[in-house]
Design a binder for this molecule. Structure first.
Ligand code: SPV
Ligand code: MG
Length: 586
């Protein structure tokens, strides 16, 4: 593992760059994003330009934005980067007193250095009628520099004094006189500015100035000068002062016009940064990792598996071109309602095992796993496919069938129990008229009763051969497996399915095996809140599922199909076709 030493304080980084014996390059940035782009480009420092920060606010470079607004803005730039920021501090936003307060606030925000210019507040940009601009009184400006140096708490914090003599129409003598005074007042460096398109002024200054202290330049106007000239003259800092803002203005103007003219995005999509690049620059990934660490794992650590590989022949032509899970009930495919119930309790990773007419199972935001051998295999093979797709990254998982409708209450009560294995048993099994397919009769350690309210009840056995007197209910077709047990389940299925005789095995066989191995299967009792779809009649009946709240009249009418799995047990409906759920793909 490579070990990165902590970065030097930004002030120290800046001071070293200023004093280094080679020329260093700073690039302008005007917000957190551009600051980060400067850093990623490999620059060792950032020029927080007064012009471009004002421009990105949409105001003039005339101190129209307040100094505290600049400060807040700088905080984003500083937080986004590790390299030092040299603030273009205009004239210091006031007198020596304002300067002192500014230095304190900059240090708090880890700004490495500030440059102040010898003009008057409110200043005007150097390229706007420079020769008409008044300069600051030398002594007043020196007092400001001294006050700033006295205010800094960090010895490495630097103050650069910017000489505007050339800009304001004065000559070399005045420039040198001022630079010397500022140097004597404690400035750590001089920025000599020029509005000429040739470097004559700044080169003349540097020849006379020599090495008295480091000198910075801003070649915005004399941009054609070869950089080697600056190098040979021994400048310390070259500042590319406004180029990212100008580049982005051109790009934004072009893009805005194209989108406006085309009323379409196709012409720009490939010419602009993809969203993924924006997320990368924002470091969205670190937050995602932090969420894993700090957020309650309620939803992220829950998954569901829907076994939906079989056709559902019993629905006849309804399943000619799609499997049962896609048959509409109340206007929605069954699978859609299942997914909604899971999502309602925070389960968003839902894996669906497809088989028959898999191309018809394409609902969005679901993960699909295919059991192409669905005709020759059973539920356990499908389940193993789904578990294998988790690639060892197991979570608490609710497993259910693709033709089973249930209220969100059902997965809710299952996931809140910490047990490794949890099933829901409907204790009112004998009130229903026809089960062509049953989850299986359950014999439990205790029947559903008022006393059972607080008790922990477990499964003793499950299957169609549980004698009538021992039946405490029917298994509804849902199983919750804890993250811990999911790996065990995977291995168990691999073991069971190694025997080809088990190829068509269903969930009932899984429960038998778990019981045989002394796995405790927690039972939660419920009455109703679910419905499985096993016939055309079920489809019709299901259209009343959940629809109307029961009225006295409806509850009193046991023939009402909508009552099929509702809470009040209905008399006289004990005829059952005892077929277990197991042995076929749901
Ligand atoms: C700035 O970038 O704001 C500067 C440099 O001060 S200049 O615009 O050239 O004055
Ligand atoms: Mg400026």
């Amino acid at each position: 593992m490579t070990h990165h030493p902590p970065p030097l304080p930004k002030t120290t980084q800046f001071k070293r760059l200023l004093l280094s014996d080679q020329v260093e390059f700073f690039c302008e940035a005007h917000n957190g994003l551009s600051a980060k782009i400067v850093e990623e480009a490999g620059f060792k420092g950032i020029w927080a330009s007064g012009l471009t920060i004002a421009a990105q606010f949409g105001v003039r470079d005339n101190n129209e934005a307040s100094w505290t607004q600049i400060l807040d803005h700088l905080e984003f730039m500083s937080d986004a980067t590790q390299i030092p920021i040299l603030l273009d501090g205009d004239t210091g936003y006031g007198n020596f007193n304002n300067m002192q307060r500014l230095i304190g606030k900059l240090e708090q925000r880890r700004i490495a250095a500030v440059c102040i210019e010898d003009k008057c507040f409110p200043k005007t940009n150097s390229f706007l009628k420079g020769e008409t601009q008044p300069m600051a009184d030398i002594d007043e400006f020196c007092g400001k520099l001294k006050a700033g140096k006295d205010a800094q708490a960090d010895d490495d914090f630097c103050i650069v004094a910017r000489v505007e003599a050339f800009i304001c129409g004065w000559g070399l003598t005045e420039a040198l006189r001022r630079a010397e005074a500022y140097h004597q007042a404690g400035a750590d460096g001089i920025l000599i500015h020029s509005a000429l398109t040739t470097p004559d002024e700044i080169l003349a200054f540097k020849r006379e100035w020599g090495e008295r202290c480091p000198v910075a330049i801003v070649p915005t106007r004399y941009y054609a000068t070869p950089t080697d000239v600056f190098r040979q003259h021994g400048f310390s800092l070259v500042i590319w002062a406004n180029h990212l803002l100008r580049a982005s203005v051109t790009a934004m103007q072009k893009t805005a016009q194209i989108v406006r003219d085309n009323e379409h995005l196709l012409a720009v999509e490939d010419t602009i940064a993809p969203l993924s690049e924006i997320f990368r620059l924002q470091d969205a990934e670190t937050l995602q990792q932090a969420e894993q660490r700090y957020l309650p794992h309620s939803s992220d650590h829950l998954t569901a598996i829907v076994l939906a590989a079989s056709r559902g022949d019993e629905l006849g032509e309804l399943t000619e071109d799609k499997p049962k899970t896609m048959v509409p009930v109340q206007g929605l495919p069954i699978l859609s309602s299942i997914a909604d119930a899971y999502r309602a309790v925070g389960i968003h990773k839902i894996t669906v095992v497809r088989g028959y007419k898999k191309e018809a199972v394409t609902l969005p935001h679901l993960t699909y796993v295919d059991n192409d051998d669905f005709a020759e295999t059973g539920e356990l093979v499908s389940l193993l496919h789904a578990l294998q797709a988790q690639q060892g990254d197991f979570h608490d998982t609710v497993i259910s069938y693709g033709d089973l409708l249930f209220n969100k209450y059902i997965p809710q009560i299952m996931i809140q129990e910490p047990d490794d294995w949890v099933i829901v048993v409907d204790s009112c099994w004998d009130r229903t008229t026809s089960y062509t397919r049953l989850g299986g009769f359950a014999e439990c350690t205790a029947p559903n009763s008022r006393e059972a309210y607080n008790a922990r009840i477990y499964l003793k056995r499950l299957g169609r051969d549980v004698p009538h007197t021992a039946r405490h209910g029917i298994w509804m077709g849902l199983l919750k497996v804890s993250a811990n047990a999911a790996g065990y389940l995977h291995d168990l299925l691999v073991e069971l399915l190694a025997d080809p005789a088990n190829n068509k095995a269903g969930m009932a066989q899984l429960f038998q095996t778990l019981r045989a191995r002394d796995c405790a299967i927690r039972v939660l009792y419920t009455v109703g809140y679910w419905l499985d779809i096993n016939s055309l009649a079920d489809v019709l009946q299901a259209n009343a599922f959940h629809s109307t709240p029961p009225t006295l009249e409806r509850v009193a009418s046991p023939s009402d199909p909508a009552r099929r799995h509702e809470r009040a047990p209905l008399a006289g409906q004990a005829t059952m076709t005892e077929q277990p759920h197991g042995g076929q793909n749901a």
